[in-house]
Each structure stands twice: as C-alpha cells, then as structure tokens.
Design a protein around this ligand. Structure first.
Ligand code: HSE
Length: 401
C-alpha cells in the first residue's frame, strides 16, 4: 500500500494538541513530524522548545514542506478560516473541531471535492470511539434504523457524579473542567449543543443528510435537579443525555438531543463518567454497541493520530451515503414520550401534550408523563430553559404523527 511521509503543521496546543503530541511520541509503529505549531498566546510556558511555535498562521499555510494541517483550536470560525484555506491550497487537514465541522459540513465537502483533498475528523465525535470511520467503511451498505448514544463526556461525568455520589452540579462541572473534558465555554456541553453538533455530523455519515445543528432539537442537562434524580432512583433508572437519530415511516429521518431515562437492561445505562457509547441498530448487523472514552487529551489525541495515519495512506471520506442518495427527508413531525417535572402549579400546562398517561401532584414537585409532538418541544424550548421544570425522554421509540 502506498504511503506518504507526513509533515504536520499544528494549530493549537491545548488539551488535545498536547495529548496528540504525547500519543505521537509514544507510538511505535507510526512516525510523523510536527514541524510548526501555531498558538494564540505568546507568553504561555510550553513543553517544547520555542522554535516550534509561531503566532502567524501563514508560517504553516505557506510552508510547502507541510503536507498536513492538524487543526485543534477552540474558535470555530477561526478554525473554519484555517481549514478552508488549507484545503483550498491543496493541503490535507485533520481536525477535532465538531462545531466547525457541524456548522460548515456542506461547504467543507464541496471544498474537498473541488480541490481533491481530504478532511478527516474522527476526533470530533465521541473521542476515541471510531464511529465515523465505521459508518463510512463498515456500514456503507447497511440500512441503519437508528443511532443513539452518549456523545458528551462532560455531561455524562456530571450526571454520574450527581447520581452515584450525590455530588453537587457545580462541583461536578468544575471537576470536568479541571480534567480537561469540558469545552472552554462549558455551556456548550451542559446545554446539549456539543452533543447536537456531533449528532449532525453522525447523521451525514449514517444517512447522507446534512441537517444543520439549529434544525435539530436539543435540550441539555441544566434543568435536571435532585427531584428528577430521586424519581429515577426510585424507578431503578439512570438519567443520561442521549442524542438520537432514526428513521420514521418509510422515507423520513428524525433527530434530537434530550436527557433520557435508561433502564438497567440498556447498554447506555452502564456508560459512566467521561465514557461515551454509541448504539447502532441496523437491518442486517442488528444491534451493535461501541464504548470508549469520549473526552480528554489522550483519547481524543488517539483518534487524531489514527486520522493522521489514515491520511498518510491517502484515506479520504467518500460520503458514501450521500452519494447513494437514499431518498430520505428530515422531519420533526414525530411524537415522543416525555416526563415533564414542574414545581410551580402555574407551569403545569406549559407543554401541550397529545396524551397524558401518568400524572402526579405532590408537595415537593409534580410531574406528567405523556406523548408530545417534537415540534411542541422546539416551540417551548426557551420557556423550558427559563423555568424550574425538566423534560426527560422516556425512551419510547419516536413515531410519525
Ligand atoms: N467537551 C467535550 C465532551 C469534549 O465533554 O465530550 C469532547 O468532544
């Protein structure tokens, strides 16, 4: 198999950049040189000699010897500028920037095709779990019914600590930040936005449809309180943030990110702390479960290394499902079943349920469980966020209305 020597220009030297550096150093079977590293802060103490570092992106983009740009910075718009420029200058790129990929995927695919270059981003989705490559290469001819999972390590870490150790939300979040799991703006994690970006990327590779993140309903874990935890404990459930993409009816696809109750017989029930998991339901392979670390420098660095190595063998995503043109369209016209907890009586009718199947009114809190239109959740998202209420998916399979 043909292979090229890789000379890397690295953007960013934070948690993942340093993780990649460690992983590259330890790797016995693969060698790639990092030639320059472009960073933002001039005065930070660095683990490498200063001659590696630059503050000028052109030092990498204009260097003809650098044949691979590895982009690991925080700022998604700056990242898009770097990545699109590098691809247009016929340099291949590896990135772990989910926001940048999710927000610009259509354009990034076009730029790759136009310039005959490759952009790989396994590290952007579920850390060390090789889900994108599997969707591209293993499930390329599979009819996929659904994908769901735990795509965000920080929220899973926080929920695990709150649930198992009765820890406080703020304290658990602070720990996730200290451990390098959380985004520099942790709202992206706890609001479900990060999981939403990852779901958008997964939907492209699983179904060949690019759904912009803002068109996918997402609700994070910020409204979950100790009463929800108590409710879950009494029933033997755990609460996790679970993105879902799946087929409804014949030719439609739906997707959303919601906290979800999980019973002990479910694979995702066992996924704790910063671990991620992906459950794939396929027509022929049937149910499969991927499990691994979803955040942190070394796990994400290992996914980036795998992309760098794949790039040295001239690997590029073919976007096979997009090319197969499966004739699917995206819909939010589906019915879910949710638990809705409220404190204040006047919030009782905040959500317009299609059908209420269980209702409880108590001195501490009250709840309703019932069927609801996904579009209704979209419309009430801001109200939900601003009130002392929570919405948790019971896990009932979404149905066409
Ligand atoms: N903040 C992300 C998470 C990092 O917690 O999963 C990995 O994408």
């Amino acid at each position: 198999m043909k292979r090229q020597n890789v000379k890397i220009g690295l953007f960013g030297y934070g948690v993942v950049g340093q993780g990649l550096h460690d992983v590259l150093n330890e790797s016995k079977g693969f060698h790639a040189d990092i030639k320059r590293i472009c960073v933002k802060h001039r005065n930070k103490k660095r683990r490498l000699p200063m001659h590696y570092f630059t503050w000028d992106k052109q030092d990498i983009l204009d260097d003809p010897e650098i044949n691979l740009v590895v982009e690991l910075i925080d700022d998604a718009e700056e990242a898009f500028d770097i990545v699109s420029t590098a691809l247009s200058q016929e340099k291949n790129v590896v990135t772990a920037n989910k926001k940048m990929v999710a927000e610009h995927l259509d354009e990034l695919i076009r730029i790759q095709e136009k310039n005959n270059v490759s952009l790989l981003y396994e590290g952007a989705v579920c850390g060390a779990i090789p889900i994108i490559r599997n969707l591209e290469e293993y499930y390329d001819n599979e009819l996929l019914y659904s994908l769901r999972g735990i795509f965000n390590g920080s929220t899973n870490y926080i929920l695990s600590k709150m649930f198992n150790e009765n820890r406080d939300y703020e304290e658990a979040l602070h720990e996730a930040q200290k451990l390098g799991f959380a985004e520099s703006d942790p709202w992206l994690d706890v609001s479900g936005t990060d999981a939403n970006y990852k779901l958008s990327i997964i939907m492209e590779h699983a179904y060949g449809l690019y759904i912009r993140p803002e068109n996918i309903f997402h609700l994070g874990i910020t409204n979950i309180n100790s009463q929800d935890m108590q409710f879950a404990r009494e029933k033997g459930y755990r609460i996790k943030l679970v993105p879902y993409a799946g087929r409804v009816g014949k030719n439609e696809l739906t997707g959303f990110v919601l906290p979800r109750f999980l019973t002990a017989d479910k694979k995702l029930f066992t996924v704790e702390n910063e671990y991620n998991g992906v459950v794939v339901e396929a027509a022929f392979a049937e149910k499969q479960f991927f499990y691994g670390k979803g955040a942190g420098g070394h796990p994400t660095g290992s996914a980036v290394l795998s992309d760098i190595s794949a790039n040295s063998f001239f690997y590029a995503y073919e976007y096979k499902k997009r090319k197969q043109n499966l004739g699917l369209s995206y819909t939010t016209d589906v019915i879910l079943e949710v638990y809705f907890r409220y404190q204040d009586k006047k919030d009782m009718d905040l959500l317009d349920f299609d059908k209420i199947t269980e209702s409880y009114t108590g001195p501490e809190y009250s709840y309703r469980i019932g069927k609801i239109h996904l579009q209704e959740l979209f419309e009430k998202r801001e109200d939900i966020l601003n009130k002392d209420v929570s919405v948790i998916n019971t896990g009932f399979k979404p149905e066409k209305r």
